[in-house]
Design a protein around this ligand. Structure first.
Ligand code: ATP
Ligand code: MG
Length: 311
């Protein structure tokens, strides 16, 4: 069973404008709403791949209700802690030339009691047959090391953990030894204090040093340049697939979803890698964070080439 944890969900409101005028009146041509937040995006993609997951985290107010309804309509199980504030709306302004301006709200304030309730909920799911996915930012009121604490708790019960966070949330929780991580290249460079665009050999060396913390699978995504998969006795690099890019936002989440789906379906390592590459490339071809269809993923899988590192 896969359990996704979204601490800071959002309604993603994408508005289309010819050209954004700063300090002026902007007329919106088209508005689209979607249920978002990294863990929720992961759950949606797993569902599209034909798998299932339970989406958990914090929801509140009318926006929270909208997200819960969207998941229900899609047939995704939601089991959230309801908080007293309102789940945020994140506005994404897209201009004709493709430029993106984001206006992200801070989100509802979370109390100590809410956190305790979530812990109890997660512990209820934690056993050897569960993979937890901790993904995305930490809302106000929640300690930045919360993922680390939760990782310890669920791992003690034998559960498996996949972490996809950046900045402080990543630094503090990677110490707890999640089984799998999926930083992008920039996140990894920031963590190790390496300059932007560090060469691949150095990236591999740095990434592998995380094995000491108990991380078994390290996937470094590199946008259009593909990804590195450093898994126990299986280390490969894949070039990015050639696709028509619509929106690269959420490509990493799609890769996380594929990793979780592959774990749940006990796919072999090569099959896992191919599914990751195809699902993430497929996500790039869709608008916003919309998941790719399974059909598109199955077509793209045929394009993936896997190259052993060091060969
Ligand atoms: N332009 C692109 N063309 C083809 N594949 C892409 C492109 N951008 C991303 N991908 C695929 O998606 C994967 C993840 O992308 P990326 O490294 O940008 O993740 P990310 O920064 O974590 O994204 P996010 O956090 O927004 O979901 C890449 O490893 C690659 O397989
Ligand atoms: Mg990411």
């Amino acid at each position: 069973m896969i359990v996704t944890v979204t601490m800071n969900p959002a309604i993603d409101k994408t508005v289309e404008i010819d050209k954004f005028v700063c300090r002026g009146l902007n007329r919106i041509r088209k508005v689209e709403y979607d249920a978002g937040g990294k863990g929720i995006n992961v759950s949606k993609t797993i569902h599209e791949l034909g798998g299932s997951s339970v989406a958990t985290g914090f929801l509140g107010g009318n926006n929270g209700q909208v997200i819960a309804n969207v998941l229900k309509e899609k047939g995704i199980t939601g089991d959230f802690v309801w908080v007293s504030g309102e789940t945020r709306t994140n506005t994404k302004v897209v201009e004709d030339d493709g430029s993106l301006t984001e206006l992200n709200e801070p989100g509802a304030l979370i109390t100590e009691k809410d956190i305790q309730e979530l812990k109890n909920k997660l512990l209820g799911y934690a056993d050897q047959s569960t993979m937890f996915i901790f993904a995305g930012s930490i809302p106000a009121g929640v300690p930045k090391d919360i993922y680390g604490e939760l990782i310890h708790l669920v791992k003690e019960k034998g559960a498996c953990v996949l972490l996809d966070a950046d900045g402080e949330a990543f630094y503090k929780s990677v110490e707890a030894g999640p089984d799998t991580i999926k930083p992008n290249q920039v996140e990894l460079e920031e963590y190790f204090g390496l300059p932007e665009g560090t060469d691949i050999t150095e990236i591999i060396r740095a990434a592998k040093s995380l094995e000491e913390k108990g991380v078994k699978n390290i996937v470094v995504s590199m946008g259009k340049d593909g990804a590195l998969f450093l898994m126990e006795d299986y280390e490969v690099r894949c070039q990015g697939l050639s696709v028509k890019a619509h929106s690269t936002v959420g490509a990493g989440d799609a890769m996380v979803a594929a990793l979780a789906y592959a774990w749940d379906h006990q796919l072999g390592k090569e099959e896992t890698v191919k599914l990751c590459m195809a699902t993430s490339a497929g996500a790039v071809t869709t608008i916003g964070t919309k998941p790719p269809s399974r059909e598109v993923v199955d077509t793209l899988i045929k394009q993936v080439t896997v190259k052993k590192i060091g060969e």
